[in-house]
Design a protein around this ligand. Structure first.
Ligand SMILES: C[S@@+](CC[C@H](N)C(=O)[O-])C[C@H]1O[C@@H](n2cnc3c(N)ncnc32)[C@H](O)[C@@H]1O
Length: 216
């Protein structure tokens, strides 16, 4: 079992809007794309997993809560051609559009979308990628309700047998497996660095690949 996380400003849209407004200015002034959440290492690990598992380059992939969109730029650099990014902060999308222009990845499609909305219009994806967005939602007011809305909407947006690559630093592997089990089963776990404290071994980031099992 698990307990809900304590509510935090990282769970509010105001926080992200303010952050990305500032990051747009930084980007304009010095070309800094902003924070790479959870670090470069996790991006490399996920990319290696995607390549090793022969995910077709034409697969329809969406980064939910894409922020500056750097994960999609990395996927583009590996030859993926059907890439989408959504975020509820219009400022994140403005930043991601500016970054995409610099890297000449014009085929990446961005849109503003609240993952907790009644109709997200996200459909028929082969892969959903999340790095830190489920975490942010888990820190919101009414987190339990919001987590469940997210899980349902993500399941709805995937094709049958589609994959969700979930990267969390707030929840353990066991906790996400428990939380997602209504619609997903574990397909694979991407190894991430471990630490040992008081004899107990844990991971800094849990990186779990889920397969959608049903949706009704
Ligand atoms: C920790 S940041 C991670 C950003 C990006 N995935 C990355 O790794 O750089 C969390 C992101 O989730 C977005 N987000 C949070 N709640 C959301 C929601 N309900 N719908 C869409 N995006 C959301 C935030 O705007 C923010 O960009």
């Amino acid at each position: 079992m698990f307990e809900e996380l304590e509510q935090s400003e990282l769970g509010s849209q105001e926080y992200w809007d303010k952050l990305y407004k500032k990051e747009i200015e930084n980007y304009k002034n010095n070309g800094d794309v902003g924070e790479i959440w959870f670090g470069e290492d996790i991006v490399d690990r996920v990319l290696r997993w995607i390549l090793k598992n022969n995910i077709p380059k034409s697969h329809k992939i969406v980064d939910v809560g894409c922020g500056n969109g750097m994960m999609l730029i990395e996927l583009h650099n590996e030859g993926f051609t059907n890439l989408y990014g959504v975020d509820y902060s219009e400022h994140a999308i403005t930043l991601a559009e500016a970054v995409k222009e610099k890297y000449e990845c014009n085929h990446i499609k961005y849109s503003v979308c609240d993952l907790l909305g009644e109709n997200t219009n996200l459909e028929e994806f082969d892969v959903v990628f999340d790095k830190g967005t489920y975490d942010a939602i888990s820190l919101s007011d009414n987190a339990k309700i919001n987590r469940n809305k997210y899980i349902k909407n993500v399941a709805k947006s995937l094709k049958e047998n589609g994959l969700l690559i979930l990267n969390s630093c707030n929840w353990t592997e066991c906790e996400v497996v428990e939380q997602f089990k209504e619609f997903f089963e574990v397909f694979n776990v991407i190894p991430t660095p471990q630490f040992k404290f008081g004899g107990k071994v844990g991971n800094v980031v849990s990186s779990v690949v889920f397969k959608k099992i049903k949706f009704d």
